[in-house]
Design a protein around this ligand. Structure first.
Ligand code: HEC
Length: 509
């Protein structure tokens, strides 16, 4: 536990190392004058490895209705708690330091509410390690409810997020995290989007009326457990997006979830990847490997209960030669599936008609990938399970795995002081991974245009690109506006501009 709160204080370039979050945003350090008691007692039942019951060592700051949450974050030091009282707050909160607990105080059902009034982009953006965000109500933002930008050891729980724009909860490029007991609805892309992250548990959340309920994307070692996903366009999606620097999704357990009636009309932004998801999709596994589907109740999804497919099935996306396109070693264990496929659409409808069927299946596999297994396959109405073998005795349960989170916290990211030439590139790469890839991929349109298009426009002019991202103007008719990245330091903006102009698809790991 000690280790968890330790952090390296940046004292200029002469120090042994620099913590990048602090490097981007600066900030000094002085001793605390108050001592604090509180820990995070909420919802610590069950496993969460190193993340449950994080101890809090610093002072407690209180924010009351009419005051600024950001001002409290500015005043806070590593280890501090910021307690936000019920009221309505119209702001974007940037948490640019490590070991901060943002805790909403809920009184008689009244939450501290962040209301973006459809003018602000994001409610919370954090870039530090060891961040907790809990007990907030977040409504009417244009971008993200909570976005993590390369922060490790995060806990995001017990928040109510409605109509927060593109993503509800979106840790990007983080390691070791817990996303639990949140309720999210009305999100235009993914309600919970685990992007390019490792060792994350997504547990006991309720997601409904979104385009995508829960998305595990270009991420490894994830547990999606005990969630209730209903009336989304797609309930739970585990897949690879091509063109991102992390090229794989594997080792994912999807178990004990209710995945019901995910038949919402697709209201994703035209051109976005999720806009290609057919309404009526319960669970989709696309190009991801070592995915276990266990003990879920999957019913009432009108296209299909479970779709296992390769990367080419989302038709508006070019494939990535760097990503292996097939879903390998998928395991379908005990599940309850019924009443799916009442109204298959698109390709699946055509496929079923070739079988003289008008009803879609509980499970459809489009045939790509190898070494897949199913338990009691005959009990499902299924199409395309011909290549599956029965699961072996050692494969039939994941009960020994309680959590995918780490037993000790992930180390903070540090740039060694002796890094000379590569320094700017490391800063640029980290900002690209942690921020830009939320919307930009290499040769593929995501929320924003492909990196290749950006490179063609700016070529040898990183200064102009850095100026654009600080204060973007609307360029393209058929894209949303790009939100300003002016919270990044000038140094970081130039570093990421140089990075994005020089990156290739094969830079990724
Ligand atoms: C929340 C989504 C989002 C994030 C995050 C984002 N962008 Fe964008 N970006 C967009 C969108 C949308 C556009 C298209 C805007 C338009 O054409 O009006 C765009 C356009 C651009 C352009 C093209 C400008 C032009 O002149 O055509 C550049 C360059 C760019 N982004 C760089 C970046 C960099 C660098 C980052 C990371 C620091 C970044 N973006 C992060 C959404 C995003």
């Amino acid at each position: 536990m000690e280790r968890h709160l330790k952090w390296i204080v940046p004292v200029g370039t002469a120090a042994i190392g620099l913590v990048l979050g602090a490097l981007i945003f600066g900030g000094g350090d002085k001793p605390h004058d108050e001592v604090l008691v509180a820990a995070n007692p909420l919802f610590s039942g069950g496993d969460g490895g190193s993340l449950q019951g994080m101890q809090v060592t610093g002072v407690r700051h209180e924010v009351h209705d009419g005051e600024s949450i950001q001002a409290a974050v500015k005043a806070a030091k590593a280890g501090d708690v910021i307690a936000v009282y019920p009221g309505t707050y119209h702001e974007t909160v940037y948490i640019d330091k490590s070991s901060i607990t943002m805790t909403g105080v809920v009184r008689e059902g009244r939450y501290p509410t962040l209301d973006g009034e459809k003018k602000l982009n994001d409610a919370f953006l954090y870039s530090g390690d060891n961040i907790t965000i809990e007990n907030f109500k977040i409504i009417n933002y244009k971008g993200n409810g909570v976005m993590g930008q390369a922060g490790n050891n995060f806990v995001i729980r017990n928040n109510l997020i409605h109509d927060a724009g593109v993503y509800g909860i979106f840790p990007e490029f983080g390691k070791n995290g817990l996303v639990e007991h949140n309720v999210l609805s009305g999100i235009e892309d993914a309600a919970i989007y685990i992007g390019m992250s490792d060792n994350v548990d997504v547990r006991h959340n309720k997601v409904y009326d979104n385009v995508a309920g829960i998305e595990i994307e270009n991420s490894r070692h994830a547990l999606v457990e005990g969630n209730y996903a209903y009336n989304n366009t797609g309930g739970i999606l585990v897949f690879i997006t091509p063109g991102l620097p992390i090229k794989t999704t594997y080792d994912v357990i999807v178990r004990d979830n209710f995945v019901l009636d995910n038949n919402h009309e697709n209201f994703g932004a035209p051109g976005s990847i999720v806009s290609g998801i057919p309404a009526g999709t319960g669970i989709l596994v696309m190009a991801a490997d070592d995915v276990v589907i266990e003990n879920n109740i999957i019913a009432g999804n009108d296209n299909a209960g479970l779709i296992v497919t390769d990367i080419s099935s989302v038709t508006n996306v070019a494939s990535d030669p760097e990503s292996e396109p097939n879903p390998d070693r998928v395991r379908i264990l005990e599940n309850v599936m019924f009443n799916n496929g009442n109204n298959p659409i698109g390709e699946l409808k055509a496929l079923m008609l070739t079988q003289l069927e008008t009803k879609g299946p509980d499970i459809v596999d489009t045939g790509a990938g190898s070494d897949k297994c199913v338990m009691n396959g005959a009990r499902y109405r299924a199409y395309g399970l011909g290549s599956y073998r029965p699961c072996r005795a050692d494969e039939i349960s994941t009960a020994t795995i309680a959590s995918m989170t780490l037993s000790a916290p992930a180390e903070p990211f540090v740039i060694a002081a002796d890094t000379q030439d590569g320094y700017e590139r490391i800063v640029g790469e980290r900002a690209y991974y942690g921020v830009c890839t939320g919307c930009h991929a290499y040769g593929v349109r995501l929320i924003g245009p492909p990196v290749t298009e950006i490179q063609a426009i700016y070529e040898d002019n990183p200064e102009a690109l850095a100026a654009y991202i600080a204060d973007p103007v609307k360029v393209r008719e058929n894209f949303p506006e790009m939100p300003p990245q002016d919270y990044l330091s000038e140094e970081t903006r130039l570093a990421v501009a140089k990075y994005i102009l020089s990156t290739t698809n094969t830079d990724g790991r």
